[in-house]
Structure formats: structure tokens, C-alpha cells
Design a protein around this ligand. Structure first.
Ligand SMILES: [Zn+2]
Length: 227
């Protein structure tokens, strides 16, 4: 059904300026189609962002399966590079940074994970899990839209296949090839990701952790002083 829906949808549109901070970048150039080597934030950074967000948003201890799924969900959209081996072009609906980087895919994946792994869960916890896995998966596209290369991200695919970048794009785009990653280029990628993702998100994580411990200690102290 989903595949049928995707096949019936219109082809990608050429670039147009969108509102606010999103700017479309759709270039179906021959160079990009034949040499799709530049196209992602590194997998480590995607995984780190999901784990940091999960730790900040969740006040309770969670098992290793949860964290593996969180990190995996954030990395998963780049599995669309497999399409290159089957002749799918970068700018196609199912191409790299296409449907599998969209918000709809993030929602479908979140529902799938929760159904598969947390089907006994109910109520507020269920809503939290769906919301979290949606954010963890969608965070991938957000980071990709902050990179300085490749095509933009089809956030609203399959309804609107325009590729988007944010106006602020401080992240050095990462090579798809692993061998290219271990070069000067990979070093530049890690430096920019350290500066614009790991450092700010890590600092925020420490602040949230400290504040949470502080309020827990304060609450314990109040309870004990009442006794
Ligand atoms: Zn990506």
C-alpha cells in the first residue's frame, strides 16, 4: 500500500524558496547523480544526538535495548544509500535523503519500534515512547539539513518532495565511503560536529543531569526534614 502510494506521487520539484528557516535545494545535476560521495552527518553524531536527547527527556533508567534502538533509529535513515547499488538516483523519491529521511518515515518507524519492542506499554509511557522514537529518527534529517553538502532533506516526502536545508549549515558534510572518512575530510567532519553538536548538546545534557540530581536531593531533604 505504501509502495503504491509512493509510486503514484509526483516527481521531485525543482528548488524554490520556502518560508522561515528552511530553504529548498534540489539539484539533480549529473555530477551528483554519478558521484554521490558527499551526503551525511557522521553516524556517531546521529547516534550521540539520540542518546543525549533520550537521557535529557527521560527521568528514569532504561535498559540497553532501549538505548540501542534509540541510537539505531537515529542512524537508520542513511540505510537509503543502499539504493545507489540498485540504480536509485540521489534525487529520487527513495534516493538518499529522500523519503527515508522524512518526518512521515520517522513516525512510521517510531510506531513500528514501539509495536515490536514495547507492546505491553500503555498510557503516558506509550505516548512518550512513540514521541521519543519519532524525535530520535527525525533528528537525523535535522542534522543532515545543517550540513554543507549533498542534496537537501525531503522532510515532507512523499507529499512534498522538495529537498530542504536550513539557512545555518555549520556541519561539514561527511563522506558516504568509510575509507574516505578516515582522511583529512573525516577529521574536518568530526571537528565541526564536535563544535556544533557534541559540545553544545553534551553541555546541555550535563546541565539537565545536574539540575535533576539537585531537585531529587532537595526533594529527599524536604521529606526527611518533615519526619
Ligand atoms: Zn542522512
Amino acid at each position: 500500500m505504501l509502495m503504491l502510494m509512493l509510486l503514484l506521487l509526483p516527481p521531485p520539484r525543482t528548488g524554490r524558496l520556502s518560508s522561515f528557516t528552511l530553504r529548498s535545494r534540489y539539484f539533480k545535476s549529473l555530477a551528483l547523480r554519478s558521484a554521490p560521495g558527499r551526503a551525511m552527518a557522521s553516524a556517531f553524531t546521529h547516534a550521540f544526538a539520540a542518546v543525549a536527547l533520550g537521557n535529557m527527556a527521560s527521568g528514569k533508567a532504561r535498559g540497553w535495548r532501549f538505548w540501542v534502538l534509540a541510537a539505531g533509529s537515529a542512524v537508520l535513515p542513511d540505510a537509503d544509500i543502499i539504493g545507489f547499488a540498485f540504480g536509485v538516483d540521489y534525487g529520487d523519491l527513495l534516493g538518499h535523503r529522500g523519503f527515508f529521511h522524512s518526518l512521515l518515515f520517522a513516525l512510521i518507524w517510531a510506531l513500528f519500534v514501539v509495536l515490536l519492542e514495547f507492546r505491553q506499554t500503555r498510557g503516558r509511557e506509550l505516548a512518550w515512547l512513540i514521541g521519543f522514537f519519532f524525535v530520535a529518527t527525525a533528528s537525523h534529517g535535522v542534522l543532515d539539513a545543517m550540513t554543507n553538502g549533498g542534496l537537501g532533506v525531503a522532510f515532507f516526502s512523499p507529499f512534498d518532495t522538495t529537498r530542504y536545508f536550513f539557512d545555518w549549515r555549520p556541519l561539514e558534510v561527511s563522506p558516504i565511503s568509510i575509507t574516505r572518512f578516515f582522511t583529512e575530510w573525516g577529521g574536518a567532519v568530526l571537528r565541526s560536529e564536535w563544535r556544533y553538536v557534541w559540545l553544545p548538546l553534551g553541555s546541555l545534557w550535563v546541565c539537565v543531569w545536574t539540575a535533576r540530581r539537585f531537585f531529587e536531593a532537595l526533594s529527599d531533604w524536604r521529606k526527611s526534614s518533615r519526619l
